[in-house]
Unconditional design. Structure first.
Length: 429
């Protein structure tokens, strides 16, 4: 009887173990974005060195995202059925090894293949990390915790372009990949010591152990999530394309080196760091005041973010345009904590990892994976150079505005879906 009581004990939230989970996952997310974003700042010298087109450069970015998209929800399903901390540790080491391999490339295939495996390694990290962090803190602090976690996006992106640009300018474009692989391996080992929650085998409130496709149906039955996934795809088309192409666009418009473009892009990213905790705080605060409050954060962020992308590029990154780009970065970062929290709010405990895995799949397969490649194609079709790339990047802003409309539609059913899982408990491992 005593063993039964212990095994069914509710998972304790907060405390130093929760903070350890948050710190390790956040630092891994920083490295994750360093490994991704460094590619944007070395695109121009890599293009010249290997003799690539804009479309090939965009495709090299796209294969990483496709790897994440294709494997995100099957891996996240397995994460829900196995161990989140072990999966995170293994994947961190895997993507770091292939980041190192990217720096050894001698041709287009040598870049393309390792980048696809980097995406495979990163595929289950965000679902697993999001599930662990959201379970480690009480619901009323979930937005705050997600805000800290998503500081990693602008911080990692900024570190990737600043350090990557400096290393590339001084030691060649291959060097950043070799350096950035090291912290990923170290943090991957640390991930094995995180506190995990109990894997759900046959939860009474979740209908028992489901087959993979039955679990998908469970999530897609929620109308909030159907609109949510579609909106996320449109939003990430804009954000991923801007992340990949902004340094190259700055180099072409302002006629500067990759080091200067990296510092400028990184400065925009560093300023955007305030967006993640601000968005997390506002998501928690507004949710207390309004049953749809958390959903309204991405609505506002992406509507105005899309407009600012268009205006900033149109001004050719004048001082005003740079200022608007900073505000765009803040808004983009502000949306992410609410988006991550929403993915956990309305789904059963048995599908928390799967829900975020589906979010990763949707955000890339419905937009983000194709964004950098499509921007490259549009740029080439318009003659390439400064003018072609400028128009292609401005078109991305329209996707942000569409995303805002779709998130607003999702907000209509969010309170009702939230009530369906309000009594579910997370158990200790």
């Amino acid at each position: 009887m005593k063993d039964k009581e212990i095994s069914s004990a509710e998972y304790k939230t907060g405390g130093w173990r929760a903070h350890y989970v948050l710190i390790v996952c956040t630092l891994l997310y920083v490295v994750n974005y360093m490994d991704r974003q460094v590619f944007s700042v070395i695109l121009q010298p890599m293009k010249i060195d290997l003799g690539l087109t804009d479309a090939q450069c965009g495709l090299a970015s796209t294969v990483l995202i496709l790897g994440m998209a294709f494997f995100s929800f099957p891996i996240s399903y397995l994460v829900d059925r196995w161990s989140r901390r072990k999966a995170i540790g293994i994947m961190a080491i895997l993507w770091s090894v292939f980041t190192f391999a990217t720096g050894l490339a001698r041709n287009f295939a040598g870049v393309l293949i390792p980048r696809s495996f980097v995406g495979l390694g990163e595929a289950g990290f965000v679902p697993g990390g999001t599930a662990m962090i959201s379970a480690s803190y009480p619901k009323e602090k979930r937005g705050w915790a997600m805000g800290i976690f998503h500081i990693a996006i602008p911080l990692g992106a900024a570190a990737g372009v600043i350090l990557g640009g400096i290393l590339s300018a001084r030691m060649g474009w291959r060097t950043p990949f070799l350096f950035f692989a090291i912290p990923g391996v170290i943090l991957g080992i640390m991930a094995f010591f995180m506190k995990d929650y109990k894997t759900v085998d046959q939860p009474q409130n979740a209908g028992g152990m489901k087959g993979f496709f039955i679990a998908l149906v469970d999530v897609f039955r929620l109308p909030t999530m159907r609109w949510y996934y579609l909106a996320l795809g449109m939003a990430v088309f804009m954000t991923s394309s801007v992340l990949v192409w902004l340094p190259s666009l700055l180099m072409r418009i302002l006629n500067i080196s990759e080091a200067k473009a990296g510092v400028l892009t990184g400065g925009i990213g560093l300023a955007a760091i305030i967006g993640a905790p601000l968005g997390g705080f506002l998501a928690d605060y507004w949710q207390k005041k309004n049953p749809r409050g958390r959903m309204y954060i991405p609505v506002i962020a992406y509507f105005f973010g899309g407009l600012l992308v268009i205006i900033a590029v149109f001004t050719r990154f004048s001082p005003l345009g740079i200022g608007l780009a900073v505000v765009y970065g803040i808004l983009s970062a502000m949306a992410m904590p609410a988006i991550a929290a929403i993915s956990q709010d309305v789904v059963p405990v048995a599908h928390k990892g799967l829900s975020m895995g589906l979010a990763v799949f949707a955000q890339y397969m419905l937009g983000g994976a194709w964004g950098p490649y499509i921007v490259g194609i549009v740029s080439d079709r318009l003659g390439g150079g400064t003018q072609g790339l400028s128009i292609a990047v401005m078109l991305c802003g329209i996707f942000g505005i569409v995303a805002a409309v779709l998130f607003f539609i999702a907000s209509r059913t969010y309170p009702e879906d939230l009530k369906k899982v309000k009594d579910e408990a997370i158990l200790a491992e």
